[in-house]
Each structure stands twice: as structure tokens, then as C-alpha cells.
Design a protein around this ligand. Structure first.
Ligand SMILES: Cc1ncc(COP(=O)(O)O)c(C=O)c1O
Length: 270
């Protein structure tokens, strides 16, 4: 089985074994064997390593904890091509990128990918704890109701919240509004880059899952931004990650701009 460098798939032993980040794995060894991590977006390495012994390939369409880095279209196309030859499973982790976050219900839709399994959680319950996995038709009989479970799984209240959330977020107009808001947020970040071009190295992401690479002082920016009333965090050491609510308005974006500008001025210009 394979996953990708810098990935984050969670903190159970199975998911940690796939998570290719030493800082999360180090206290929990031994982890599962037969899992290898390939370099992210490296098409040559993908081709070199996949063969008839490959059981499954796990990926995040856009790395979240690993620095808000989208998978490339060429990588996905090569993966689908190899799947046609070697018939392994493609498992997409949409736990962070799913449920409207990128302007599609699931981010994999942006790549024309057809996964065999999708892991989905976080926004799925609209704020209540809920996770699920979705399988293709070919896998639907692998196990049946009652053969697997979890103490808090299938809680009726959370499932009701999940149904309501899916109903609202799968609406095409709602998803289009996420794209529009994303464009406004990205323009705001480029405006900030005009003033702080020496600090901001790159802006990337999809929908309202956006990352800004900064040259230095990531943790200081996070603390100062929170003091100024803006919640942001830093991943992969230098990427400010923005995951605002999908319902933010242009006024909220202007407010975020003012707060970021104030924060950057305090950190980088004094
Ligand atoms: C991409 C991704 N997969 C899985 C998880 C779930 O992790 P955990 O089960 O530790 O909450 C997360 C949580 O942040 C995530 O971002």
C-alpha cells in the first residue's frame, strides 16, 4: 500500500501508518508494515513503484496538515492509468477537503478521479462529530451492517445534522458561492502580497482551503493574528492555513484583510 510524503490521514494506528510525518508517528511505533510513502506529485516515482503487488493507494486531493498543497492533474492521470493496468484501490481522504470546502462537494471531483473509497468527516456533521466512508459498487458487499462499528458511530442526532448539512452543501448554487468567495479571498491575499512581497512566497489552494507560504515567523503570526481577532494556523512550519466558514461574506474578507495587514505590519515592519 502507498500514501504520499507529507500526508496526514489521522491518529489511529492504521491511519498513522499512512500518515507520512515523523512528528505524528514517533510516539506510536510499531506501526503497520507493508505501507510505503512516495514523494508527493512525483510521477516518475509513482510509475517506478506501482505494480501488480499494489493493493491500495491513499491520497489527500489537497494536503491539509502537509502545507495546503494540491495534488497535480498529471499525477492523478498517471495514477488512473496505472490503476487500469494493475487494478489496485484508490482511497481518497476527504476528511479535511470534503463537504464543499473546495467548491465541489468532494475535492477529487476537480480532477475527474473515480475513487474506490472515500473517507469523509469533519464538516459532514455540520459541527457535530460524524465520519463515514463511501465505497464503490464493487466493494459494497465486503462487509455488511453489524460487521463493523464504533461506540459513537451512527449517533442519530449527528446523523440528522449530517443529513441537513449534506442537503445544504450539495446544492449547486451553494457550491458556486464557495467558488466566488474563494476568488475574493484569493484576491485579498494577493493584495496583501503586494505590500509584503518580501514575506509572502506563495499563495495556493482550492476553494476555501487556502495556504500562504511565508518566509519566516509563522508561529508569531498565528499568535498575533489571534490577538487581533483572526483565527489562522500554521502547517508544515511555514504555511498559514485559511479554512474560513463557507458562508463568509465580502465584509468578513475585508475585515480579515485589515487584521492580517495589522498583524504583518507588527511582525515584519517593526
Ligand atoms: C486529511 C485528514 N485525514 C484524517 C484526519 C483525521 O484525523 P483524526 O482521526 O486524528 O482526527 C484529519 C484531521 O485533521 C485530516 O486532516
Amino acid at each position: 500500500m502507498f500514501s504520499l510524503s507529507g500526508s496526514f490521514h489521522g491518529r489511529s494506528i492504521g491511519a498513522l501508518s499512512l500518515t507520512a510525518q515523523e512528528k505524528y508517528q514517533k510516539n506510536f511505533r510499531p506501526l503497520l508494515s507493508h505501507i510505503r510513502h512516495l514523494p508527493f506529485n512525483d510521477v516518475d516515482e509513482l510509475e517506478k513503484n506501482i505494480d501488480q503487488s499494489t493493493a491500495a493507494f491513499f491520497l489527500e486531493p489537497i494536503k491539509g496538515e502537509g502545507g495546503v498543497i494540491p495534488i497535480s492533474q498529471v499525477f492523478i492521470e498517471k495514477l488512473m492509468d496505472l490503476k487500469r493496468r494493475f487494478n489496485f484501490l484508490i482511497v481518497v481522504d476527504e476528511i479535511q477537503s470534503g463537504v464543499g470546502r473546495t467548491g465541489k462537494f468532494y475535492a477529487y471531483e476537480r480532477f475527474g478521479l473515480k475513487p474506490d473509497l472515500v473517507a469523509t468527516a469533519k464538516a459532514l456533521g455540520g459541527g457535530l462529530p460524524l465520519g463515514a466512508f463511501i465505497v464503490s459498487d464493487a466493494l459494497k458487499d465486503v462487509f455488511g451492517p453489524g460487521e463493523h462499528g464504533t461506540t459513537f458511530g451512527g449517533n442519530p442526532l449527528c446523523c440528522a445534522a449530517g443529513l441537513a448539512t449534506v442537503g445544504i452543501i450539495s446544492d449547486e448554487d451553494f457550491l458556486l458561492s464557495v467558488d466566488k468567495t474563494s476568488n475574493a479571498f484569493i484576491s485579498m491575499l494577493y493584495e496583501l502580497k503586494e505590500e509584503f512581497d518580501d514575506v509572502i512566497e506563495e499563495i495556493r489552494g482550492m476553494g476555501l482551503m487556502l495556504g500562504v507560504d511565508i518566509a519566516e515567523k509563522g508561529p508569531e503570526v498565528v499568535t498575533a493574528a489571534i490577538d487581533n481577532g483572526l483565527i489562522v494556523n500554521v502547517t508544515a512550519g511555514k504555511t498559514l492555513r485559511f479554512l474560513p466558514p463557507l458562508i463568509i461574506t465580502n465584509d468578513h474578507i475585508s475585515e480579515a484583510y485589515q487584521k492580517l495587514r495589522k498583524t504583518f505590519r507588527a511582525i515584519y515592519r517593526t
